[in-house]
Design a protein around this ligand. Structure first.
Ligand code: PEP
Ligand code: MG
Length: 753
């Protein structure tokens, strides 16, 4: 079939059909007839979605006419149902070979071998499916897909006008039925609310251009504005130093300048589409083509292209960022984004936000960090999210399991409402514990500290009743900045932290950057194993400029007080000594300059690399305190990447070898009477915290949400009894299930876990 003329011809004929008088059904009948003829297909049918979510045959050329309004398919049933389910084209040269094939005798479709189905979509909502079938085996081309997609867009518009009896009348749609999407839980919490796009998608309302020449000029202007914006972004001062990040942006620029992309959009405009409709159609076709590739490289590129198309659409519609900023947020906003840059979440009014769902974000992403700090439920890693959600959709976000329910049915809403109520009741109980001293049943005081990293974390101190900040991750401030924070800015920031902590102690962990914690504005080498690479103290010692500026700012912010500094990733005593020398040099310099300095500076080491376990006695002679970073310690100990879900769950932090290592540390600290804290994630679980107390730990630093549950646990705990249990468990062979023993122990002693 000559593709190019067919595209043009379909546009012309669709235009005529839409202009002719007649009711909705008549128009659908004409459309299927024209498409079948033009695509040289024996069959063309349109299935539309009914109120009950079934797909009903609404018009056909080639199938038994009696089947119209009789044949109904469930979503997911047969190849048509599969197209609806995937919301993507289904192109099958031999239907009988396809596992999803299902045959409906009343339609008389047994004679047909090949099938091409494309979804009829509007703003992410499925309205129906349009299908062509052929008697002979046929490989439908990309151009065939384009013809059908163009028709689907026109049909969607036609439905919006609302004159197709029995179909989804208002066109914006009975939304697709409940959809459950599984992602990765990146910030704890459960929320029910309504979807708001972080960068709202533009819905194409005018498909057919009145003046194709003017339309072509609009497209050209918009593309050139897009290219200029990207060039400016890349040439800006900060981006020119962006290192590996810059390569990604260069690839993005390459796509923006891609001649094939522009040509395809221009052709669509020449055929009679508006510029917006052309962008959408080319994007739909490209998406379908790229999703057929199994190589993940193309899936990543697809994100770039989707993002470019979104930007172009916003330029065409005049809906730039500034216009979105004035947007009125509903009070139960669930923010939906393809991806989110550093600090963008902080621009929203927290009181309106319930949760965030981000297609591309992982647990270590900036948005995850900020969501945690704000106490917002968040789920990431959901491919296809943006295509499935429409603004205003009801959404449930489960930050415990990583599930996202779109348009939930009433029973799911009821189940989750109960879950939310239960959580709220528990939170209320924990709030009441806030002022209770964290003292065990046998009178041992346990210091409960918070992990923090942003100013928004600070109110958590008074809200949880924690004793101080056991880990302030200073790199977060750097990671969400767009340029390197200057010394004065850093000093102001640390001063605010100290002031907001009131008189509670704050342990500042100096920059733990490098490796996978990249700063977008800092050039760094690309490493094969970033977690084992040039990061944290290694970078500080090799390039001391950055480290010394940070220490200078921290010294200035702590004048007249005690400053606690903690060095990450210490692998040898010598490394700790070198870092300490740099700090002392900065202090001496301040004195020489006549500046005031802190009353006292305490320097501690993080215990997070196994090699340091075997020289603890030497290290402890030189440190003022130590803190176990169990996240890293366990990943290096078990050789299992903490960020890789395939391996991160393979080991149990409460297994015998891990607990023996943790005991080694607490025994060494006790021998030297050096204060010891643990600040990794494991300290936030009541069972693990119980084990730690049994191993001699008396200070634990954790996420704000963990303080209540851990305190509730320790109020009923007898430290002597749990120590005896741990001694017993660790003297057995490694098959002992310590977790099960701890559970049994807590049940027997009525301890809340
Ligand atoms: C750790 O490794 O346990 C730790 C607290 O540091 P981070 O999670 O920031 O690496
Ligand atoms: Mg660490």
């Amino acid at each position: 079939m000559p593709g190019e003329p067919a595209l043009r011809a379909i546009m012309r004929r669709l235009r005529v059909i839409m202009a002719e008088p007649g009711d909705g059904q008549e128009r659908l009948n004409k459309i299927v007839r024209q498409v079948a003829g033009l695509m040289v297909a024996e069959v063309c049918s349109i299935y539309l979605k009914r109120q009950d979510s079934m797909l009903e045959l609404f018009a056909t050329e080639g199938l038994n006419i009696e089947a119209v309004h009789q044949t109904r398919l469930n979503r997911g049933e047969g190849l048509v149902g599969r197209c609806a389910e995937l919301a993507a084209p289904v192109n099958v040269p031999e239907v009988r070979d396809h596992p999803a094939f299902s045959y409906r005798p009343e339609t008389g479709e047994e004679a047909y071998h090949s099938l091409l189905a494309v979804p009829i979509l509007r703003a992410g909502a499925l309205l129906g499916v349009i299908v062509v079938q052929n008697q002979t085996r046929r490989e439908y081309t990309d151009e065939d897909v384009e013809v059908l997609q163009t028709t689907a867009m026109v049909v969607a518009e036609h439905l919006v006008s609302g004159d197709v009896a029995g179909a989804i009348g208002d066109g914006t749609g009975e939304r697709a039925s409940t959809t459950l999407m599984q992602g990765e839980a990146i910030s704890d919490g459960i929320a029910l609310g309504h979807a708001v796009f972080h960068q709202p998608r533009v819905v194409v309302s005018e498909l057919l251009a009145v003046d194709p020449v003017a339309e072509a000029a609009r497209l050209e202007r918009a593309v050139s504005a897009l290219r200029n914006a990207i060039d400016t972004m890349l040439e800006s001062d900060t981006m020119s130093r962006a290192g590996a990040h810059r390569d990604v942006l260069e690839a993005y620029r390459m796509f923006a300048y891609d001649r094939g992309w522009l040509r395809r959009m221009q052709e669509a405009v020449e055929e009679g589409l508006t510029a917006e409709a052309a962008v959408e159609r080319v994007q739909n076709t490209t998406r379908a083509r790229m999703l057929r590739q199994s190589d993940r490289f193309w899936h990543h590129r697809l994100r770039d292209l989707d993002d470019l198309a979104d930007r172009l659409m916003r330029i065409l519609s005049g809906k730039t960022q500034a216009a979105f900023e004035d947007m009125e947020l509903p009070s139960d906003t669930i923010l939906v984004a393809r991806n989110m840059g550093p600090a963008e979440l902080l621009d929203y009014d927290r009181s309106k936000l319930r949760a965030v769902v981000v297609e591309d974000a992982g647990a270590q992403s900036h948005v995850a960090i900020v969501a945690k700090a704000l106490g917002l439920a968040a789920v990431g890693q959901i491919p296809g999210l943006i295509e499935r959600v429409a603004a205003g959709d009801a959404v449930i976000v489960d930050g415990e399991t990583g599930e996202v329910h779109l348009r939930p049915s009433p029973d799911i809403v009821a189940a989750y409402s109960d879950k939310v109520r239960l959580r709220a009741r528990r939170q209320e109980k924990y709030r009441e514990l806030r002022t209770e001293p964290a003292r065990t049943k046998d009178g041992e005081t346990i210091t409960l500290l918070l992990n923090a990293g942003l100013i928004v974390d600070m109110p958590n101190l008074s809200e949880t009743g924690a004793d101080g900040i056991g880990l302030f991750r200073t790199e977060l401030h750097f990671m969400i900045a767009s340029t390197f924070p200057r010394v004065n800015q850093q000093t102001d920031f640390y001063r605010q932290v100290i002031e907001q902590a009131d008189d509670k102690p704050v342990v500042f962990r100096v920059l733990d950057i490098g490796g996978d914690k990249a700063l977008p504005y800092m050039r760094q080498p690309v490493e094969d194993n970033p977690a084992l690479g040039w990061r944290a103290v290694r970078l500080a010692l090799d390039r001391p400029g950055l480290f010394r500026l940070q220490v200078r700012a921290l010294l200035r912010a702590s004048v007249g007080r005690e400053l606690r500094l903690m060095i990450p990733m210490i692998t040898s005593v010598e490394e700790f000594r070198s870092a300490k020398t740099l700090i002392e040099r900065e202090q001496a310099l301040a004195v020489a300059r006549g500046e005031s300095i802190p009353d006292r500076v305490l320097v501690g080491a993080m215990i997070e690399v196994p090699s340091i376990l075997f020289v603890l006695d030497e290290l402890l002679l030189e440190t003022d305190f130590i803190s176990v970073g169990s996240n890293d310690l366990l990943q290096y100990f078990f050789a299992a990447d903490r960020a890789n879900p395939l391996v991160s769950g393979r080991y149990d932090p409460l297994s015998v070898p891990a607990l023996r290592a943790l005991r080694m540390i607490s025994e060494a600290a006790a021998r030297h009477a050096v204060p010891l804290t643990l600040c990794g994630e494991i300290g936030g679980g009541p069972i693990a915290a119980m084990a730690l107390i049994g191993l001699g730990y008396r200070a634990i630093s954790m996420a704000p949400a963990a303080i209540g549950p851990v305190k509730a646990m320790l109020l009923g705990l007898d430290t002597a009894a749990v120590s005896a249990l741990m001694t017993d468990c660790l003297s057995q062979n490694s098959a002992v299930d310590v977790r099960a023993e701890l559970r049994k122990f807590s049940a027997e002693h009525d301890i809340e876990i």
